[in-house]
Design a protein around this ligand. Structure first.
Ligand SMILES: *Cc1c(COP(=O)(O)O)cnc(C)c1O
Length: 488
């Protein structure tokens, strides 16, 4: 299905920068003669519909301190700087109201489940005392797909118990989520969370909310203090719930996967683990779990409980950093604008041009593609001559000459070019292209080309290639035919 879609789409993109890179690698076998960097897969990072996820009370603050018409221009970063004018007290009190509402909602959810399941009356009565407004509250709500690793904190129960039951600075955690009906490991995970929540030492401090849906999601991400995301990097294409949390000044604590590397600036949230790839999933789990516990114990918890005249000033500062830097960028407004500007307008114009005049242009391009595909085996380099200084260094000038045989293909149908950049494991990186000029036609459909290139800093290799050229292509590899000169 992916291949079918890739072959038929004019534009292809991942839903975060990292996802775009991962997608290129995953499907590089479909573009065997194209350098990884040039594979025509782009990225547009997801955003959320701000108005749908912001709490009414928070919205009130935005109207008062950003602009009464703040929703008319959500993707403008300048206006969001005004969140720093919200008095700390007002922002904190608003957050506490949302937290209180969320806790009631969760208590009620648990109460109904216990009641339905004929739990003992003492236990049912206990729910009203579950969770506290004065305790640092972590939310984790998402599909229970195993790659999202809801189990990460549950790997070390002793350490978790110490965190949750700390005498002065306790922590409480709310889990919610569903697993796919066919995802048995995911369902096991839910069972594990639920079992843990029933242990004496965790009761009322680690809770599981059933029936995860938009309403549950909304309450949690408007009312917790920290939104936790622990995917196995780089499996999270984008992730969006953290963006919804940020709209409410809820601070993200996440693995640097999906959208988070683009948003995290060291001040506006917390990053778990390293920005690296792992061979071994167990090692990755262990290191990420350790990193998360360390971060919670040494940074997040002390930070949250540091009070100045009863107010967590530094925490509120971080909430403002989050509001100033995240919602404008990870909004559907920015996203849709980006899709429109980069893809939709071009695609629409091309669609219009194609269909005009009884699809004349579409017919022409189809003919062109057919001609090139059928005759591409005729294309070859007859000879390549390079005049270069003995040592390749910055600013070195290289003169390149080539004779190219085209068969029935015409010179205006192709581009001959020098591709230069940095040699890496997968060919060339940081690529620069220099088209070669046609000097003369020799006999038997052989053509002579030449050019000069000046090596820029960091260049360590170059290559020559021929590729189709059509000004109506949306990108240079719409017809992914390339012929490289060998033995350079
Ligand atoms: C936002 C949302 C999701 C997606 O969240 P991720 O962080 O991408 O996993 C899933 N379900 C509901 C109900 C949501 O609101």
């Amino acid at each position: 299905m992916t291949r079918l879609a890739l072959n038929h789409a004019a534009f292809t993109n991942g839903v975060s920068q990292l996802h775009g890179e991962v997608t290129k690698k995953m499907f590089s076998h479909l573009y065997p003669s194209i350098p990884l960097e040039e594979i025509p897969i782009h990225s547009v990072t997801n955003g959320v519909h701000t108005e749908s996820w912001v709490a009414p009370e928070m919205r009130g603050l935005f109207e008062k301190y950003i602009d009464t018409n703040w929703v008319d221009n959500i993707s403008d970063p300048c206006r969001w700087k005004r969140v720093y004018t919200i008095p700390d007290q007002e922002l904190w009190e608003t957050h506490q109201i949302l937290k209180g509402r969320m806790i009631k909602f969760v208590q009620n959810n648990i109460y109904r489940r216990m009641d339905r399941n004929f739990q003992p009356l003492e236990l049912i009565r206990e729910c009203a005392g579950y969770l506290s407004k004065n305790v640092l509250t972590i939310g984790f709500a998402r599909r229970f797909a195993t790659y999202k690793r809801a189990y990460l904190l549950l790997k070390d129960r002793e350490r978790l118990a110490r965190l949750v039951n700390h005498p002065e600075r306790p922590v409480q955690i709310i889990y919610a989520g569903k697993a796919h009906p066919a995802d048995l490991p995911g369902q096991e995970l839910i069972k594990m969370v639920n079992d843990i929540s029933l242990e004496e030492r965790f009761r009322g401090k680690i809770v599981f909310v059933e029936d995860y849906d938009i309403n549950v999601s909304r309450h949690l991400l408007q009312g917790v203090d920290v939104w936790l995301n622990t995917p196995r990097r780089p499996h999270e294409a984008s992730g969006t719930s953290g963006q919804k949390a940020a709209v409410n000044g809820v601070i993200n604590c996440s693995i640097l996967d999906g959208w988070w590397p683009e948003a995290y600036n060291g001040e506006n949230g917390f990053a778990v683990g390293a920005e690296r790839d792992y061979e071994n999933e167990e090692v990755q789990d262990r290191e990420d779990a350790n990193s998360l516990f360390d971060l919670l114990e040494q940074v997040i918890v002390p930070y949250y409980y540091r009070r100045v005249e009863g107010m967590p000033r530094e925490w509120v500062r971080r909430m403002k950093d989050c509001l100033a830097t995240i919602p404008w960028k990870f909004s559907t407004e920015r996203m849709v604008k980006e899709y429109t500007r980069r893809f939709y307008l071009q695609a629409a114009l091309r669609g219009k041009a194609f269909s005009a005049d009884q699809c004349r242009l579409a017919g022409q391009i189809q003919e062109f593609k057919k001609l090139l595909t059928e005759n591409w085996h005729h294309v070859s380099f007859r000879s390549v001559q390079v005049h270069q200084p003995p040592v390749l260094k910055e600013d070195a000038e290289i003169f390149v000459q080539a004779e190219v045989s085209l068969g029935p293909i015409q010179p205006q149908d192709i581009v001959v070019e020098v591709v230069y950049g940095k040699v890496s494991d997968h060919g060339l990186d940081k690529i620069t292209l220099m088209p070669m000029r046609l000097v003369q036609a020799l006999e038997n459909n052989v053509y002579q080309y030449e050019t000069n290139i000046v090596l820029i800093r960091g260049t360590s290799g170059y290559a020559l290639r021929v590729r189709p050229n059509d000004t109506n292509f949306v990108h240079q590899f719409e017809l992914p035919l390339v012929k490289w000169a060998e033995n350079l």
